[in-house]
Design a protein around this ligand. Structure first.
Ligand code: AMP
Length: 401
């Protein structure tokens, strides 16, 4: 009998689906791809089989169902159809697992109902994740479908860090608390950082800075998350590509009452027209650094505001942890933007944080230290791999049976 060692990872967004087929024997990506602009007139599917050129199809994908069927056909063309006996599971990224889902979970009707119940706290994300699950189930009903939650790694955050200081009856009635996001990445990177140090995750305290278009920080003590910067939604915390991160909640009342903006307009402003984009008109850190170096004042302000917020979280989580063994930079900006890493850590020698400019300027896709040898706090660049983490968690769960 063929052994089932492969996991299909699906990350269904509101108008896109990203996927990877991973063989768990050696972690090899057998295929990866993306369908974008689902529901628009012109959609696009890009499918990249392992070791072969990408195939691109420009056509209409009216809904997630048609998109996933097209993905299944692409996989079948490479001999990796969903009917393959080598497929062990589908691992779904699910953004919001609330308080209930603290670990990866095999999806049953009851689990799906609970994920649906969480839609009011994740209206932008959970509906697409649910559709992805439903379609994958319909295509291969006998295959285990596993949900891996973005919030799960943060369910260990203690109540005093997870609660907002508001009336608790009201908070509980509406499930208002800090959940945190990017958990799969924080978990993967904190473990990979321990490995880089040659230690067990239980032995080390790590501050993880996940700096992508969305950005979040977390404080991980001995492998357990004790605080994270995102909250009820992924809007809290760091300055991001298009999201404001922290602000006085009074800004919202002011914009509504005095500015005359509707709640939906404020939602759009803070989630899609703020952050780096709001500060300087660009949300790509490459462009911001280029403009700043050319003397552009708005870009300099955006860069400095981004770094200032980052340093506040770095200092805050240093105090939360008490002892910090490592700081890990990850995701698009964290992995690639040496000037951000340098500015975020500058002048912190008293805290044992030093970055070697030469190591910091090295470009590499491998996990590496950028602090000098024997530094009190190791500073590292650790590429994240959420898909592999989802595949590993899903595979481990179906193996346990
Ligand atoms: P992610 O969400 O992790 O894919 O990160 C995307 C972001 O990473 C982009 O919006 C860029 O701002 C940033 N990024 C990617 N490459 C670079 C680079 N070489 N230098 C600076 N920023 C980068």
């Amino acid at each position: 009998m063929t052994e089932a060692t492969r996991v299909l990872v699906l990350n269904a967004g509101s108008s896109s689906v990203k996927y990877q087929l991973i063989d768990m024997v050696d972690g090899e990506r057998l295929a990866a791809g993306l369908v974008e602009k689902i529901g628009e007139r012109t959609g696009r599917l890009v499918h990249t089989p392992h070791g072969a050129p990408s195939r691109e199809a420009v056509q209409t994908f009216p809904d997630h169902s048609s998109a996933l069927k097209a993905v299944a056909e692409e996989l079948a063309e490479d001999g990796h159809g969903l009917d393959s006996p080598e497929l062990a599971a589908v691992g779904h990224r699910v953004v919001h697992g609330g308080k209930r889902f603290t670990a990866p979970t095999v999806i049953t009707e009851e689990v799906l109902t609970e994920i649906r119940r969480l839609v009011p706290v994740a209206p932008l994300h959970n509906p697409a994740n649910i559709t992805g699950i439903e379609v994958a189930r319909s295509l291969r009903p006998d295959l285990p479908q596993v949900a891996v939650f973005d919030t799960a790694f943060h369910t260990t955050v203690p109540e005093h860090a997870a609660r907002y200081a508001i009336d608790q009856k009201t908070a509980d009635q509406h499930r208002v608390r800090r959940y945190g996001f990017h958990g799969t990445s924080h978990q993967y990177v904190s473990r990979a950082t321990a490995r880089l140090l040659g230690k067990d995750p239980a032995e080390v305290n790590v501050i993880v800075l996940h700096l992508g278009n969305g950005a979040s920080a977390s404080a991980v003590a001995g492998g357990v998350c004790v605080d994270t910067s995102m909250g009820l939604t992924p809007l809290e915390g760091l300055v991001m590509g298009t999201r404001s991160g922290d602000l006085d909640p009074g800004v919202i009342f002011h914009l509504h009452r005095v500015g005359g903006l509707s709640i939906d307009e404020i939602d759009d402003l803070l989630n899609r027209r703020s952050g780096l984009l709001g500060l300087c008109g660009d949300n790509d850190m490459r462009e911001i650094i280029r403009r700043k170096e050319a003397g552009d004042q708005d870009a300099a302000l955006a860069f400095d505001a981004y770094v200032h917020r980052l340093r506040k979280y770095l200092g805050g989580y240093y105090a939360v942890l008490g002892r910090v063994d490592a700081i890990a930079f990850t995701a698009g900006v964290g992995e690639n933007a040496a000037p951000v890493r340098a500015a975020a850590t500058a002048g912190l020698e008293e805290l044992g944080i030093v970055v070697d400019p030469e190591l910091n300027s090295v470009r590499s896709s491998s996990a590496r230290f950028i602090s000098p040898e024997h530094a009190r706090v190791a500073v590292a660049v650790v590429p994240t791999d959420e898909e592999l983490e989802i595949a590993q968690q899903a595979f481990a769960l179906v193996r346990e049976g």
